[in-house]
Structure formats: structure tokens, C-alpha cells
Design a protein around this ligand. Structure first.
Ligand code: ADP
Length: 302
């Protein structure tokens, strides 16, 4: 021991608060940076949304306007033979484009209702097999007119589950409309229903263009389209599948997709077996009243 050292003066400061404060500032600035990035992403999405919506609203309106001008030209002519056919075709074009506008606006309203929690299911115990079969077969002629064959396949005639028939029809029509849109003439669409232990699976399979691997996760997100260019081959707003996903989830179900580029896609909706006990416990056969209108609307993009 060194006897010369008689005192040790220690001057220490507790810097814990300072370290904590610096850490807090660092964390805050990371958070602010993240919020800023999120805000920029939201703004970009909003810009893309308005661009998309404007394009989607403008295209059918332009078609209606041009067709109206043609109709005006023909209105002074004798409406027989070829002129009569043209007159009929022009009115069909206007009608289809009105349906497109209506579909877009309806989808838009429903999306907002889903967000706000206003869209409710009208659950009833119904035969899901006949709902899917009827709506599929009601569009068979249309699909065949596009030179695409439709196959409906199931091993059983009846399975009663709690579902909202309107919404199920909408889901199936939307998946069918996409399958038609992205399948070339000569192709095939197959609707299959299978029973599993806890759920029933409805799949819509096509042998169309397929979806690239890196795009597949995004297709259920709003306004997501594999081809986003404004001069793309297929019309659509990119909100159909987002609404379908929400409607399936409202039924406590899930929707999945498997796809191979160039070979086709399969969308599978799985719905759980469950029943509701709100109406005399008697299963009802669902008959839709306005199928035709609904089909015109859902298929107006094709
Ligand atoms: P859209 O109205 O543009 O069809 P959807 O939300 O229904 O919007 O679909 C989003 C995108 O997913 C489509 O634009 C398309 O790129 C892709 N898609 C959906 N279904 C199919 C399919 N059966 N085959 C290939 N691509 C598909």
C-alpha cells in the first residue's frame, strides 16, 4: 500500500437521465420518420386512387357520350335494316357503360360502408350448394358466348350453412367475372364445391393468364392490379377482390389464391359450418329476384 496517497477525490455525475433522455429523443425521431414515411405512402396511394377513379369514371362516360353522338346522327335516318341493328348496338353499349359506372360507384359505397362497419350480413340457414350452382349456371351462356367453357362440379346436392345469399352471389360473380376477364377464348373455368371437416370450400379455377409470384400477395389490397397502366387490356378498378375478401371474412371465412403465370389461377373460398337460430330453424331455398341486373352489373367490365 502506498502511504503517500491520503485522499481520493471522486467527482462523478449520474448521467442516467441524460442517457435516457437521449434514447427517448432518438426513439421519437425514428417514430417521426416512420410517421412521415407512412404519410407519404398514404398521399401517394391517395393520388393513385384519384387518378384511377378519374380514369374509371371517365372511360365509360366518354363511351356513353360518343355513342350518344352516333345515335343522334342515326336518329334522322330511316330505322330499318342495318340502321336498326346499329341503333340497337349503340343502346347496348350505353347500357353496359352505365352498368360499369353503377358497379364502380356501388363498390365504392360498399367499401366505405365496410370501413365504417355499416355493411351487415343478413345471415340465414341456406343451401350453399344451390346458391353457388344457380348463380354459376345463370352465367353459363354468357361465358360460353366468350368461347370459354364452364364446368360446375360437386359430389353433393345440399349443405346448409348460415350465409347471406346476396353476398355469396356477389363473391361468386366477382370471381367468375375476373376468371372470364383473364382467360383467353378457348379456355376453361371450373367451379368446384368440396366438403371438409370444418368447412365447405368453393373454388373458381381458370386456365387464363395467371398472376406473377411477386404480385400475388397484393391482389386483395385495394386498387391493386397486376397491370396498372391506364391503357391496360382489361378494365377494372382493382377494388373487386378487396370487397370479396371483406365479405368472405364477414362470414368468418377465408379466401386464398394459387396461381401460375401463363397457366391460370384458382381462388378458393372456405366457409365454416355454422347455423343461425333466428328464423324457425327451417332452411330456406334462396331464390334471387334481380339476378339479371346483378349479372349485367358485375360483368360490365368484361
Ligand atoms: P379489377 O376490377 O381490376 O379486376 P380486382 O380487385 O377484382 O380488380 O382484381 C385485382 C387484380 O387481380 C386484377 O386487376 C388482376 O390483375 C388480378 N386478378 C384477379 N383475378 C384474376 C384471375 N382470375 N386471373 C389473373 N389475374 C387476376
Amino acid at each position: 500500500m502506498n502511504n503517500n496517497v491520503r485522499y481520493l477525490i471522486s467527482n462523478s455525475i449520474d448521467v442516467t437521465d441524460r442517457v435516457l433522455a437521449r434514447k427517448h429523443i432518438e426513439e421519437q425521431s425514428i417514430l417521426i420518420q416512420k410517421q412521415k414515411e407512412q404519410l407519404e405512402r398514404n398521399l401517394k396511394e391517395q393520388e393513385e386512387f384519384f387518378l384511377n377513379m378519374s380514369h374509371e369514371l371517365k372511360t365509360p362516360l366518354n363511351v356513353i357520350l360518343c355513342t350518344l353522338q352516333l345515335l343522334e346522327l342515326y336518329s334522322n335516318l330511316d330505322l330499318t335494316g342495318e340502321n336498326k341493328n346499329k341503333n340497337f348496338r349503340y343502346r347496348q353499349v350505353m347500357k353496359q357503360n352505365c352498368y360499369r359506372l353503377l358497379r364502380l360507384i356501388n363498390n365504392f359505397i360498399d367499401m366505405s360502408k365496410i370501413d365504417a362497419g355499416y355493411l351487415k350480413l343478413n345471415l340465414q340457414n341456406l343451401n350453399i350448394v344451390s346458391i353457388v350452382e344457380n348463380i354459376s349456371l345463370s352465367v353459363a351462356d354468357y361465358i360460353e358466348s366468350k368461347n370459354i367453357s364452364l364446368v360446375f362440379d360437386t359430389d353433393f346436392e345440399e349443405k346448409i350453412i348460415a350465409c347471406d345469399a346476396d353476398k355469396i352471389e356477389r363473391i361468386i360473380l366477382n370471381l367468375l367475372s375476373n376468371a372470364i376477364k383473364f382467360t383467353n377464348p378457348g379456355g376453361e373455368i371450373m367451379v368446384t364445391i368440396t366438403k371438409h371437416q370444418d368447412n365447405i370450400c368453393i373454388s373458381v379455377k381458370d386456365n387464363g393468364i395467371g398472376i406473377p409470384k411477386d404480385k400475388i400477395d397484393a391482389i386483395f389490397q385495394r386498387f391493386n392490379q397486376v397491370d396498372k397502366s391506364l391503357n391496360r387490356n382489361h378494365e377494372g378498378s382493382g377494388i373487386g377482390l378487396a370487397i370479396v375478401k371483406s365479405l368472405v371474412e364477414m362470414h368468418n371465412g377465408i379466401i386464398e389464391v394459387k396461381s401460375t403465370l401463363g397457366l391460370g389461377s384458382t381462388f378458393t373460398v372456405s366457409l365454416p359450418y355454422r347455423l343461425v337460430s333466428n328464423e324457425n330453424d327451417v332452411p330456406i331455398e334462396f331464390t334471387s329476384s334481380d339476378d339479371l341486373e346483378r349479372i349485367h352489373m358485375e360483368f360490365s367490365d368484361i
